[in-house]
Design a binder for this molecule. Structure first.
Ligand code: MN
Length: 196
């Protein structure tokens, strides 16, 4: 059976940037719904991360739904791991590469925020690496995952309305800016360190 990660902190942990109710509904209703849907569509036949790369091994009629729901689990897993009550900057090889690519962390952060504000509709902004370790900031629609494009997602911000609407209503840009008080790059740093 496919599963979501355990939330790495209590529902209230991201207050006051993201309220307890939003995290509770987002994790238990939205995130877990993708898991329920995927388990209705298929038995466990490969690790979750391999589904986007091996989608042609599933029946043609189910591929769209399987990809969508697998993406929904993976993207939310990464989102929860990109946030923490204890904010942390990138470390080690990832920090070096960010400095090399963007000049410094603050420039990187500003580029990421600018990209997030440009997303139209529902989706995510990702920090990704290609197979050579080059970093990019990209937007993906709905539950698309960078894994489908041979890119490894390191860090993401969920920009669906359900991620912020209870507290921020139509003020999406305020959410996009405030959330950087709770971003944590320990997970991203670990993935990047293990790859390069
Ligand atoms: Mn979401």
């Amino acid at each position: 059976m496919y599963n979501v990660i355990n939330l790495p902190y209590p529902y209230y942990a991201l207050e006051p940037i993201i309220d307890e109710k939003t995290v509770n509904i987002h994790y238990n209703k939205h995130h877990k719904k993708y898991m329920e849907n995927l388990n209705k569509l298929t038995n466990y036949i490969m690790p979750l991360e391999e589904i986007p790369k091996r989608i042609n091994e599933f029946p043609i009629k189910d591929r769209g739904d399987i990809l969508y729901n697998a993406g929904g689990i993976l993207n939310h897993n990464l989102y929860w791991q990109s946030l923490n009550p204890n904010s942390a900057l990138p470390k080690g090889k990832l920090l070096n590469k960010i400095n090399e690519t963007y000049g410094n962390f603050n420039n990187f952060k500003n580029e990421f925020i600018t990209k997030s504000k440009k997303l139209v509709g529902s989706g995510y902004t990702f920090l990704v690496t290609d197979n050579d370790g080059n970093l990019s900031i990209i937007n993906m629609a709905n539950q698309e995952t960078p894994l489908s494009y041979n890119l490894t997602p390191l860090f993401t911000i969920d920009l669906w309305e359900h991620a912020y609407y209870l507290k921020y209503q139509n003020n999406k840009n305020t959410y996009i800016e405030n959330i950087w008080n709770k971003t944590n790059f320990d997970h991203a740093s670990r993935i990047y360190q293990s790859l390069f």
